[in-house]
Design a protein around this ligand. Structure first.
Ligand code: DQA
Length: 149
């Protein structure tokens, strides 16, 4: 079985240090460890990555088309700006879930719009680090029901 790509965008390397009241005190390494354990409990493996570059995220999404069984993506601020990520997710043609640690709808108006939401299966936000585990569970159920179908 191919891995789930868990892709993280800009500033997520600063987790734990960055606005802990909004994003919590766990680091990205803590998040990765949790994702790995959760995926493994579901019989999945993960390839966990972070970049501050929009172009690199686009390239990883292209790569996922052949090398991943699904994508869980926290695109950070590019969520609210990037038509390139929208187009890449459409081109990937594999199950994808958008996720956010914070509830973006409770925050500034500029975070209420997502360019990538129309290109993914669904969106999870507001559950802190648990949003990652929920996104992996969502992909697992999509992959399982695809197999059954
Ligand atoms: C975020 C929400 C985005 O609005 C923000 O730009 C981030 C993190 C989240 O996980 O809550 O960088 O994606």
């Amino acid at each position: 079985m191919k891995p789930v790509y868990v892709l993280n965008g800009p500033n997520l390397n600063m987790l734990g240090l960055r606005e802990p009241a909004v994003y919590g005190s766990e680091t990205l390494k803590d998040v990765e460890d949790r994702c790995r354990a959760h995926a493994s409990s579901l019989g999945l493996s993960i390839d966990f990555r972070q970049t501050n570059s929009e172009g690199e995220l686009v390239s990883w999404i292209h790569e996922a088309r052949d090398r991943a069984c699904g994508i869980a993506i926290n695109a950070g601020a590019y969520t609210h700006t990037s038509i390139a990520l929208h187009d890449a997710l459409k081109a990937a043609e594999c199950p994808a879930v958008e996720l956010h640690l914070s509830n973006v709808h409770k925050r500034e108006a500029f975070r209420h719009h997502s360019f990538i939401a129309p290109a993914v299966n669904g969106v999870i936000c507001g559950f802190g680090v648990n949003s990652y585990e929920l996104a992996i569970s969502a992909l697992h159920s999509i992959l399982t029901s695809n197999k059954k179908g």
